[in-house]
Design a protein around this ligand. Structure first.
Ligand SMILES: Nc1ncnc2c1ncn2[C@@H]1O[C@H](COP(=O)(O)OP(=O)(O)OP(=O)(O)O)[C@@H](O)[C@H]1O
Length: 586
């Protein structure tokens, strides 16, 4: 356990908006503790006065009524405290969860290379739940027990100072070993959680790759690996259970010893006539309160340590700075009607993890407004990297990249990305209706605009054939779109965004001739009237492009039209012979 309870201070900013509810929770906490502490005192009155021969039946009833009054106050204040504290816990956890999620959404791709999405998810769920346990229950339990412990000590000092000293001495003898044992239990429970997590990580990897596992007939081997892993978890859990069983026995025995000690001393003093039976009853209840407060505080401290660890991990996410941010004084780029002009000026870029190799090597070139440039090149040539630089998912180490004369790193990230519509290689369909999916880049677009985009992307016909047309929920398992249909939805989405620059990563998998034709027609529509940079895999695309850029190892090695480049007989000609044959025959 690496956590320092001080890390919990990371949560302070999240408490700030709830100042008044916090005060209210504190007030109810004090009132509930006060009612609990009043209980033994009223009990003493009952024993000493209500039970004495001299008192009337009416007096007795009055004493019981008082006791009930205290109990009723305790009930109301406890319920109010529980409500306020749980309310705070839920609110604050929700706020933390939302803050972390929206922060993570803004991180650059470099962040997601080092942080697995599974880890982010686990932090968002498990770690925030730990925080919720503390804010929404342990903390108030701790405070209540602290107040009660202090209150019980004060009442004991007030009513029976000598006895108090002895009780304290015995308590220390009980508490110290429990703290030690408790720490061991916590360490083991953390270890057993980790072992369980190992087993589920193993299972999730294997379950995600089940076709491969089965094709290599590795089911038996994988099952054994899982069994070994759960055996580890079981061993650790059994050790924890043994330690915990011992701890429980010790705590019960030790606290009974404390209690009986108090009772014994008290009985002696009642017999000697130095105190009354009521005082004894009162003292016994205070001692019980004190002992249980001590025991609970230990547990709460353990919870706080675990939550501190969770908070640390959450704050780490929340404070990670994206390498790519908008400039303080961004320059607005124009929004040309006929498409953007793109200028690459001696661009150099290497990935941080591969300093020795330039992924983009002295790349210069210009794309005129409205032109279509097809980028081709062998695998690993840097085609995807070029698109990433344009979207500013990465930043070049040197050289400049201008959109309509404005350098992309001078533009606000949001403004830059508003200028670009991206159709990725694998189209993404979100759960939601067809309309929601097409409207993704412009949620305010009207139904007519959505339909116009769908029509232009040759998607209208199949959309109308869906069970609820445009309102069909594509997240429903029942609705399966074909590859070509998904692509046309993605193209409609990009067209509706109506940006001056279109970035297109063509799908490598060949569609059947009919779908291919529809997708190509949709793309022709999407490219008209705007500048397009397309990573080309289809013969039709390269044939129609104004210019083809041939990349090799990050360098622009050839450029020209399809016919010019074929005539040259260089890299393009050999690539074309291999790469475009399948599409050409389709
Ligand atoms: N995140 C990354 N970290 C380190 N190196 C990377 C990263 N992404 C890509 N590269 C490397 O950068 C080079 C260019 O990659 P890029 O993905 O741009 O190629 P590509 O032309 O799109 O290839 P393909 O056609 O196979 O998709 C490759 O050598 C690749 O190994």
């Amino acid at each position: 356990m690496t956590s320092n309870p001080r890390s919990l201070s990371g949560l302070l900013p999240f408490l700030k908006p709830y100042r008044w509810p916090l005060v209210l929770a504190g007030v109810f906490l004090l009132l509930a503790a006060g009612a609990t502490l009043a209980f033994p005192w009223v009990l003493k009155q009952l024993i000493d006065q209500g039970l004495s021969q001299a008192s009337s039946a009416q007096d007795l009833a009055l004493h019981f009524a008082e006791l009930f009054g205290v109990a009723a106050a305790l009930a109301v204040f406890s319920a109010a405290r529980y409500y306020m504290v749980s309310w705070l816990g839920e609110r604050i956890t929700t706020d933390v969860r939302n803050a972390v999620y929206s922060h993570v959404l803004h991180q650059s791709p470099a962040f997601f290379e080092t942080t697995q999405s599974g880890e982010v998810l686990s932090r968002l769920t498990n770690d925030t739940t730990l925080v919720q346990t503390v804010v929404g229950s342990s903390l108030s339990m701790g405070l209540r027990n602290l107040v009660m412990g202090v209150g019980a000590v004060a009442m004991l000092v007030w009513t029976n100072p000598m006895l108090m000293l002895q009780v304290m001495a015995v308590l220390v003898l009980v508490v110290l070993p429990s703290v030690f044992l408790g720490r061991r239990v916590r360490r083991l429970s953390r270890a057993s959680q980790d072992r369980v997590a190992d087993a589920s990580a193993l299972a999730s990897e294997v379950l995600n790759a089940i076709p491969v596992v089965q094709s290599y007939t590795a089911e038996g081997r994988e099952a054994r690996r899982f069994t070994d892993s759960t055996a580890q978890a079981l061993m650790t859990a059994l050790r924890r259970i043994r330690a915990r069983a011992f701890l429980v026995a010790f705590i019960i025995m030790a606290s009974s010893a404390v209690l009986l000690w108090g009772l014994y001393m008290g009985t002696l003093s009642v017999r000697a006539g130095t105190s009354t039976a009521g005082e004894l009853g009162q003292t016994v209840v205070y001692v019980i309160m004190l002992a249980s407060a001590f025991a609970l505080l230990g547990e709460v401290y353990g919870d706080m340590l675990r939550a501190a660890g969770a908070t640390e991990r959450l704050m780490e996410l929340l404070h990670s700075r994206s390498a790519l941010t908008s400039p303080a004084q961004p320059v607005a780029a124009p929004w040309p009607a006929g498409g953007s002009t793109i200028t690459l000026d001696a661009l150099n870029f290497h990935y941080p993890s591969r300093r020795e190799r330039l992924a983009i090597d002295h790349l210069s070139g210009t794309i005129q407004a409205g032109q279509t440039v097809a980028v081709v090149g062998p695998s690993g040539a840097g085609k995807t990297t070029l698109l990433d630089l344009l979207m500013r998912f990465q930043s070049p180490q040197s050289g400049r990249l201008l959109i309509d004369g404005v350098s992309v790193d001078e533009m606000a990230l949001e403004d830059l990305r508003q200028h670009i519509a991206l159709v990725p290689q694998a189209p993404v369909i979100f759960s939601g209706t067809v309309i929601d999916n097409i409207r993704y880049g412009r949620p305010e677009a009207s139904l007519q605009e959505v339909q116009a985009a769908a029509r232009a992307a040759y998607a209208e016909e199949f959309i109308q054939d869906l069970p609820q047309g445009y309102d069909t929920d594509l997240g429903d398992r029942g609705v399966r779109l074909s590859g070509g249909q998904r692509q046309r939805i993605a193209i409609a989405r990009a067209m509706l965004k109506n940006a001056p620059l279109l970035l297109l990563d063509e799908a490598t998998s060949a569609l059947d001739a009919q779908s291919e034709h529809m997708v190509q027609a949709a793309l022709d529509q999407a490219m008209s009237g705007r500048t397009t940079l397309v990573i080309a895999h289809r013969l039709a695309t390269v044939q129609r492009a104004d210019v083809i850029w041939v990349l090799d190892r990050g360098r622009l090695v050839e450029q020209g039209t399809h016919a010019q480049l074929l005539a040259r007989g260089g890299l393009y000609a050999s690539l074309a012979a291999l790469q475009f044959t399948a599409a050409a025959s389709a």
